[in-house]
Design a protein around this ligand. Structure first.
Ligand code: AMP
Length: 117
């Protein structure tokens, strides 16, 4: 695989993770450094380093990530209370793992976001 990251190692079960969902298209596991009471990462199995690399023909990849996150929120019972999804892209957003992933944050009222540091 050309883009081998820690998330690929989790997918291959080479390192442990608290996996909460998996299907043929994506995997979801708890973030190791949670920023909210619920912090789950949704990662496609398609090899895509950043949102900037996403091709029009791959639009379904992001759709599946969003649907899986929304399904998880409903299943876990916090969809009505609310949640946030975030995709960090490249340096100014603080992306650290270069395999596309969606953060699902929930479980408490969340602060505002996007403030320059
Ligand atoms: P980002 O900053 O958007 O690239 O997010 C990467 C996220 O991956 C961070 O929130 C990290 O805490 C998380 N992370 C890094 N390594 C692991 C791991 N082994 N298991 C679970 N989450 C991880």
């Amino acid at each position: 695989m050309s883009n081998d990251t820690i998330f690929h190692r989790i997918m291959r079960r080479e390192i442990p993770a608290d996996i909460v969902y998996e299907d043929e298209h994506l995997i979801a596991f708890r973030d190791i450094a949670p920023q909210a009471p619920v912090h789950v990462l949704f990662v496609p199995k398609t090899d895509i380093p950043t949102l900037d690399d996403l091709q029009p023909a791959q639009a379904e990849v992001v759709g599946r990530l969003l649907l899986a996150a929304a399904d998880y929120a409903r299943r876990e019972g916090f969809a009505g209370d609310g949640y946030r999804v975030v995709i960090n892209c490249n340096a100014n957003a603080g992306q650290t793992v270069f395999q596309l992933h969606l953060h699902l944050l929930a479980g408490a009222p969340l602060g505002r976001f996007g403030t320059p540091r």
